[in-house]
Design a protein around this ligand. Structure first.
Ligand code: NAD
Length: 596
């Protein structure tokens, strides 16, 4: 990727305050979001342009980064910049209501859509892995994922443990950009977390930012402390320095069975995300350079032991769930290539007795009912850099939704426990439900207007826009979301696993979602391949809308935050989910063939 740019070296991270270096706030917002993704507080390896999730990058090279910055600084209010896998490739005159930036990352034609092809093209400098919010400039540090993890674990608590994780032990792996949210999300739910992480520096980082409480090399000590905390009902988290596969096997040897077992190592990428057993991080990094084929094979062998250990823990009574890193898919492919009749490495079970997909993914297990209502991780970022702006939005979301107890609990906990990284930001799950209570303005001029029929997301965005217009918030706010959302992703091993009608792999939906976001006038729209679960395994989209207090922003926000969650409802209604059909009726969303 070349040497870091002078701009980044001189002052890494987003510019803050109210002075802009671009022609307008929409372009300025894109620039600040890009720079925020590369803030050393936010990104995992910013000097390599890596934001999170294995090699998820914000730009293809430092030259491409400089060129994007130059383009955004010159971009007019009626122009649209095209970014292809992290490199600016064109700029066209469009119109004010069109997106300012369109992004496509990592997309390959079906038959070529493999890691092998991707790595060849990457080596030629032709493509970049955009992950989800890395290449779409919407990553906000570990806090971005924390509410999703909190919600998912809360749902697990509701389904399996009488509503709470108090006194329960969750075992997981991976304390990276996303996985680092796990210990805090567990303790926020009252539970105890043991997280295996091979890279000690990552454990230290989570301890520094208060996401994890302690670390140890000694598993017995970790188990003893965890059991002590669970017995007294105290929340507690500890990072165990070691390979997750080894740690799970050691738990089996000790006959220690946690209440929940999951994993967030970067298993989606066997070469650059996951670490094989038997090496320190430095040794493994050397092996990857010297002999990538061997690295990948050993990595997959470790994953096979890892999955087998999860299955064995499940057999012994743990609730097992895959947390969206495609470790089951990787092992299934590996076993298919290597002869699936081999006995499993840990348990000795035969292929007939056990398959990787014997434990479910977290979406069908816990998240799909929310997707049916168009609910997903809505997030917003204060471009001023002033935490007070986010605190004002915290108040606003609570005022706007007085009856949502879980949301209030989350906002209070987040204020208390979640440190901001880079630009202050917040996330909460909102959906397509509509309300008849007039509270926010559609004009953007700070007046109270009629909001009948507005979705939760639109109501809240319009309220923020009013607060910007009134000067209660110092500078514009960018509203965006994860790619993991109700109507924005096709990912058969994750978000669309086990769809009711079998439409798991149909990728028309995210493409329609990106097109609809353009039609609705989002300011940045992106479509990526391979986020979360690796190249060829998913297609997904993102959007940004800049709330600068103007009428134009209100118009865009109302359209985008009606259509975008609406697509989640439509997608699930089409798949035959009754809850989505009910939501469509309640929110007056047209589902053309519903009754035919
Ligand atoms: P990351 O690359 O920043 O971190 C991965 C971490 O795992 C690193 O710290 C690495 O040292 C550690 N690791 C790798 N192999 C290991 C092993 N064998 N044992 C112990 N530690 C190991 O990635 P991230 O952003 O934290 O994401 C992790 C994974 O979870 C990815 O596959 C991502 O796609 C997935 N993910 C899913 C969801 C979701 O579905 N909601 C959300 C976030 C992340």
């Amino acid at each position: 990727v070349g040497e870091p740019s002078d701009r980044w070296r001189a002052d890494p991270g987003a510019t803050t305050g109210t002075d802009v270096e671009c022609e307008g706030w929409r372009q300025e917002a894109a620039l600040r979001m890009l720079d925020n993704n590369l803030d050393p507080e936010v990104a995992e390896r910013p000097a390599d342009l890596v934001v999170y999730g294995g090699t998820g990058r914000a730009a293809r090279s430092w030259d491409a980064y400089d060129a994007i910055v130059a383009e955004l600084r010159e971009l007019g209010d009626t122009e649209t910049l095209l970014v292809q896998s992290g490199k600016p490739v064109g700029r066209f005159e469009t119109h004010e209501r069109a997106p300012r930036v369109l992004i496509a990352n990592s997309n390959l034609v079906g038959r070529w859509d493999t890691w092998e092809q991707f790595h060849e093209l990457e080596a030629k400098g032709l493509i970049m892995y955009g992950q989800m919010t890395a290449g779409s400039w919407a990553y906000i540090g570990t806090q971005g994922i924390i509410q999703g993890t909190y919600e998912t674990l809360a749902e697990a608590g509701r389904q399996h443990f009488d509503g709470s994780l108090e006194g329960r032990i969750v075992v997981t792996g991976g304390l990276g950009g996303m996985g680092g949210a796990q210990p805090l999300a567990v303790t926020m739910n009252g539970g105890v977390c043991i997280a295996a992480e091979v890279d000690e520096g990552r454990i230290d980082r989570r301890i520094e930012t208060d996401y994890c409480e302690a670390k140890t090399d000694d598993l017995d000590e970790a188990i003893e402390r965890a059991e002590g905390a669970a017995e007294s009902g105290e929340p507690y988290s500890v990072g165990v320095h070691g390979n997750a596969a080894d740690v799970l096997e050691a738990m089996l040897e000790r006959d220690f069975v946690p209440d929940i077992v999951t994993d967030q190592t970067s298993a989606h990428d066997a070469l650059e995300g996951y670490y094989p057993s038997g090496y320190t991080v430095a040794e493994a990094d050397e092996l990857r350079e010297a002999d990538p084929d061997r690295y990948e094979r050993e990595s997959l062998e470790t994953m096979e032991r890892h999955v087998d250990a999860v299955l064995e823990l499940q057999e012994r009574g743990a609730v097992a769930v895959e947390y969206g890193n495609n470790i089951r898919g990787q092992v299934a492919d590996f076993r298919a290539d290597g002869g699936s009749e081999d006995p499993w490495p840990v348990s000795g079970a035969t292929a007939r007795e056990r398959v990787p997909f014997d434990f479910p993914g977290f979406v069908p297990a816990y998240v799909r009912p929310l997707f049916c209502e168009g609910k997903g991780p809505f997030r917003w970022v204060a471009l001023s850099g002033d935490p007070a702006d986010i605190h004002r939005t915290d108040e606003a979301v609570k005022e706007l939704f007085p009856g949502k107890d879980a949301l209030h609990r989350w906002i209070d906990l987040a204020q208390e426990r979640v440190s901001f990284q880079g630009l202050p930001a917040r996330v909460c799950w909102l959906g397509a439900a509509t309300s008849e209570t007039p509270q926010a303005s559609r004009s953007g001029a700070g007046e109270t207007g009629d909001e009948e029929g507005l979705t939760e997301r639109a109501r809240f965005a319009l309220r923020i826009n009013d607060l910007v217009a009134d000067g209660e918030i110092r500078a514009p706010v960018v509203v965006t979301r994860d790619h993991l959302d109700a109507g924005s992703v096709a990912s058969p091993n994750r978000e669309t696993e086990a769809m009711r009608d079998g439409s798991d792999a149909v990728a028309d939906w995210p493409i329609l979602n990106a097109l609809l976001n353009c039609a609705a006038g989002a300011d940045v729209v992106s479509v990526h391949d391979g986020g979360g679960v690796g190249i060829g395994n998913s297609l997904h989209t993102n959007n940004h809308v800049v709330l600068d207090g103007s009428g134009l922003a209100a118009e865009k926000a109302e359209r985008v935050f009606t259509t975008d969650p609406g697509m989640g409802v439509v997608r699930h209604a089409d798949a035959g989910y009754e809850r989505a059909l009910e939501q469509a009726r309640a929110s007056d969303i047209a589902v053309p063939m519903e009754d035919r």
